[in-house]
Write a protein that binds this ligand. Structure first.
Ligand SMILES: *[C@@H]1O[C@H](CO)[C@@H](O)[C@H](O)[C@H]1NC(C)=O
Ligand SMILES: *[C@@H]1O[C@H](CO)[C@@H](O)[C@H](O)[C@H]1NC(C)=O
Length: 579
């Protein structure tokens, strides 16, 4: 009797668990893209507004106070790797301007500031047993203390791409599994020294870029070109390193320090060219899974997305390889990795249209051909800055809803979102940036209304800074930095004024007020532009016209334009026959 009862209860439990699982696995609806108009409303109370930076991009002082060399110091010093052979040697001199920069954050009334710790600044060789650089520790101590004095919450990234060069030379960097323990030692030191004050930790920033651009295409440090294998191996070790550091925090520090630890993943959105075509939908999903799901799926579900396993496995077999180029996790590793994200950081900038495209096997192995898809852009999308960065606000809401359905509605912080400009001279009236922030932040607000659990937003970036292989030719800052001046002065762009209004209103109150922000922002910037005219070269060309020229160079027909063309031809044909 008792046995029967037990069995009954067990079956009931199973059914319950099944039902719960099924209801949690909500499906993303690819076939509905709601591009509704601007939404006036506010963010939840306590929503955290911030801005961000990273160590190598802003600190400068690359060889000061005992700092060791990173792979980016070495990479940028090689000729021909960076636009105009620029380096981050001094960049914004942020290392010497902590007080000044915190004053800028205070003026914006930021709730948080996201920055990264340079591993070789606190551990010059990357290896704890070699030595710890107390001067480096002191720099971050001071930065954190000053932020807290000004009521700005630090969100700290442990790895924003600046691996200690010694670890690259000795082990091949992220190709080598030994990075897991070295990174864990470094993270542990950071928890020990800073964790009493830092409550938000981000292990890695944009591991996609580390893996693909560092080890597949070689556009970024360490510049390795290991096509079809390098990125997958780097990502595998990075995921393991993230999980290990999460467990270290969980076991050793969480009960004392009571912080949260997550990761910052970058993901551009992939929209099916034709949302009624199943092949396009599948291709778009592959794009997103190979980008975002590559890292998010192991951390939330314990393994790589099935579609990656299938495609890379199939392609490896076609090439006569005995096993897949995508490494595998053991059952123990899967359960160790699953659930190692207290919050999910999301970096997002742009969107692509995606369609199916088969790459024949004889083209050779690569991450890009493994996906069997083509990326398209709509020539009508504005692209004020970086070549890859088109402003497509609705893609942001799509990505956020996708994340909600795929990973059980996790707690989200937007860790990067913003737009660049491609201009060598001063332009403080950045109306295209105002438009970008306005529309993207509005789509994020709509996503919150959709039920996505977003707790904070980080504008990328606080200052103009070193943009990796693009050097100083692209500027993402809310503040303009005059890099040619030895003192690296900062000047507010019009978007500073605008972002400040969004923050103080905690959203978009009503049309009249929101329109007045833009007017006032433009007034303030044109007067400061005049003030600066004496000392700086000013842009003569209208940024809008230069942008138009760029757009006309890109001729990628979208299905829409094709449709219109075809219907026109068809109509002509019909009319002719009638005549
Ligand atoms: C960068 O350095 C390489 C090698 O010295 C040189 O050929 C190239 O012209 C340099 N580029 C610029 C923009 O100075
Ligand atoms: C990792 O580093 C060790 C020590 O240098 C080396 O023996 C091993 O071959 C490296 N493994 C990979 C995959 O590079």
């Amino acid at each position: 009797m008792l046995m029967m009862l037990q069995r009954c209860v067990l079956t009931l439990c199973h059914v319950l668990v099944l039902v719960l699982c099924l209801s949690a696995a909500e499906d993303f609806d690819w076939t509905k893209n709601d591009r509704s108009s601007f939404y006036y409303g506010s963010f939840p109370t306590g929503f955290s507004w911030g801005a961000g930076s990273s160590a190598y991009q802003t600190e400068g002082a690359w060889d000061k106070d005992g700092k060791g060399m990173s792979i980016w110091d070495v990479f940028s010093h090689k000729k021909g790797k960076i636009a105009l052979n620029d380096t981050g040697d001094s960049s914004c001199d942020g290392y010497y301007k902590v007080k000044e920069d915190i004053a800028l954050m205070k003026d914006l009334k930021l709730n948080h500031y996201r920055f990264s710790i340079a591993w070789p600044r606190v551990m010059p060789t990357g290896i704890k047993s070699d030595y710890i650089n107390e001067k480096g520790i002191k720099y971050y101590d001071n930065l954190i203390d000053l932020l807290l004095e000004n009521k700005i919450t630090p969100i700290v990234t442990l790895y924003h791409w600046d691996l200690p060069q010694v670890l690259q030379e000795k082990y091949g960097g992220w190709q080598n599994i030994s990075m897991v323990n070295y990174f864990n030692d470094y993270a542990n030191l950071c928890f020990e020294r800073f964790g009493n004050r830092v409550k938000y930790w981000v292990t890695f920033n944009n591991p996609w870029s580390i893996a693909v651009e560092g080890y597949e295409t070689g556009e970024h440090a360490p510049g390795m070109r290991l096509k079809g294998t390098g990125a997958y191996r780097a990502a595998h070790n990075i995921i393991k390193a993230h999980a290990k550091v999460w467990h270290t925090y969980d076991i050793q520090w969480r009960s004392k320090q009571r912080g949260l630890i997550g990761i910052s993943l970058s993901g551009e959105w992939g929209e099916p060219v034709d949302i009624t075509n199943q092949k396009d939908i599948e291709a778009a999903e592959r794009y997103v899974q190979f980008y975002f799901g590559w890292f998010a799926t192991p951390l939330f579900h314990g393994d790589y997305p099935q579609v990656m396993k299938d495609y890379i496995g199939k392609k490896s077999a076609q090439h006569g390889l005995g096993s897949s180029r995508l490494p595998t996790f053991s059952p123990q590793e899967k359960s160790y990795i699953k659930g190692t994200c207290d919050f999910l950081g999301i970096g997002h900038f742009t969107t692509r249209y995606i369609t199916q495209k088969n790459f024949p096997a004889n083209l050779g192995n690569s991450y890009f051909t493994d996906r069997d898809l083509a990326e398209l852009v709509d020539p009508r999308w504005p692209d004020p800055g970086s070549e890859w960065l088109y402003s497509v606000p609705w893609g942001f809401r799509r990505l956020l809803n996708f994340v909600k359905t795929q990973y059980g509605n996790p707690m989200i912080y937007i860790t990067e979102n913003g737009v660049s400009e491609k201009m060598m001279c001063t332009e403080l009236c950045d109306d295209w940036r105002i438009q970008y922030y306005k529309d993207y932040i509005n789509e994020m607000l709509k996503a919150i209304k959709d039920g996505v659990n977003i707790k904070g937003y980080t504008a990328w970036s606080l200052l103009d800074k070193f943009e990796w292989d693009e050097g100083y030719s692209e500027r993402f800052g809310l503040y303009y930095v005059d890099f040619r001046n030895k003192n690296k002065p900062r000047y507010p762009k019009a978007s500073v004024y605008y972002y400040k209004r969004i923050i103080s209103s905690n959203g978009f109150p009503n049309q009249r007020e929101v329109e007045s922000w833009k007017r006032k922002a433009t007034e303030t910037c044109s007067s400061s532009n005049q003030l600066l005219a004496a000392g700086l070269c000013l842009c003569i060309s209208d940024p809008l016209t230069s942008h138009m020229e760029m757009v006309t160079e890109i001729v990628v027909p979208t299905v829409c334009t094709l449709c219109i063309l075809l219907s026109a031809i068809f109509l002509m044909f019909l009319l002719r026959r009638r005549n």
